[in-house]
Design a protein around this ligand. Structure first.
Ligand code: FAD
Length: 290
């Protein structure tokens, strides 16, 4: 399939130690040979990784790798966030993933979260058109949403505030994504909405994440994954096939690209891209070598 009009990007999370940074830098360098449109680096709930996200993003930008920091107010004041935004701008960042974020566990109710549309407006007010701004979207609807329609209306509000495109929460049901795209179009949303793709690496982790973030594991898939028990190798082999087929379906059905959660490993992304035939940078490097 010709993917020349599609955008493929990769997400990482910041390292927890200097040794972790060395390892992650090596992972990023390997992933970068796949030729992603950009990387993004997450931001801990409540701003808990403010320094480590900034450090990783700055190092990647300094190495010439297009990287988008994720950002939320998270309880910080406007001055702190504006300083951070300006630091990213000075470091060469061209994109930001703007979020409301969540509170760190144990802090429920202690802080008021500021919705992502306000952050998008804040970035536009202070930096004009400098940044390409991505926001989050939820094909299976955000767990706190009042209703399906209200969640889409708030997504529209994020675009009206100045966002350029959206990346979705991960999902395992392509129909949920296609239905969501139609519903967004019906509300007048024309900006691209990139599916977020989560690799299936471990049943307990995926079940826990999914319960927290509201991503549905279809019943048949849950049964299938739980049946692998401790046999992670077989689970992962099945997971790669399942995710590859889902991505083929998404891309053939009109998804504008994919945003792949790497979980800070090379294999989940490189195998998927190889299976899909989107390993363009490596393919051309190989043919030069030959
Ligand atoms: P919002 O868009 O503010 O929406 C949150 C809820 O409020 C929704 O239920 C929505 O319907 C409602 N809402 C939206 N706007 C308004 C409004 N103006 N008034 C009233 N209600 C409103 N979390 C992290 O901590 N760090 C990360 O790096 C991170 N990266 C993510 C990347 C992606 C692609 C995705 C999909 C999620 C990410 N998350 C991250 C998780 C995200 O922070 C949580 O899902 C969070 O609960 C909502 O963030 P949001 O930006 O979607 O919030």
């Amino acid at each position: 399939m010709d993917y020349s009009d599609k955008q493929f990007s990769i997400e990482i999370f910041p390292p927890r130690s200097p040794e972790g940074k060395t390892k992650l830098t090596d992972t990023v360098n390997q992933l970068n040979t796949l030729g992603p449109a950009f990387f993004s680096c997450t931001y801990g709930a409540g701003g808990t990784t403010r320094e480590t996200t900034k450090d990783m993003v700055s190092s990647m930008l300094a190495a010439g790798i297009d990287t988008a920091p994720h950002l939320s107010f998270g309880g910080d004041g406007e001055n702190t966030i504006l300083t951070l935004i300006n630091e990213y701008k000075d470091a060469g960042a061209k994109r930001i993933v703007a979020l409301r974020g969540d509170l760190p566990s144990g802090m429920n109710g202690e802080r008021e979260l500021i919705h992502a549309d306000a952050l998008v407006r804040f970035i536009r007010e202070h930096t004009g058109d400098h940044f390409q701004i991505e926001v989050a979207a939820y094909p299976e609807i955000h767990p706190e949403a009042e209703s399906y329609d209200a969640d889409i209306q708030f997504l529209k509000g994020k675009f009206e505030a100045g966002a350029d495109s959206a990346i979705t929460q991960y999902f395992f049901d392509p129909d949920a994504y296609f239905y969501f795209l139609d519903a967004c179009q019906a509300k007048g949303i024309t900006q691209p909405i990139y599916p977020g793709i989560m690799p299936i690496l471990n049943y307990a982790n995926i079940a826990r994440f999914s319960a927290n973030c509201g991503a549905d594991i279809p019943r048949w898939l849950d049964k299938k994954l739980s049946a692998y028990g401790d046999d992670n190798a077989s689970l992962q082999a099945f997971g790669v096939d399942f995710i590859t087929q889902m991505c083929e379906h998404l891309l053939a059905g009109g998804a504008p690209g994919l945003h792949c959660y790497s979980m800070n490993s090379v294999d989940p992304v490189s195998t998927l891209w190889h299976n899909l035939g989107i390993n363009t940078a490596c393919a051309s490097a190989d043919s030069t070598a030959a």
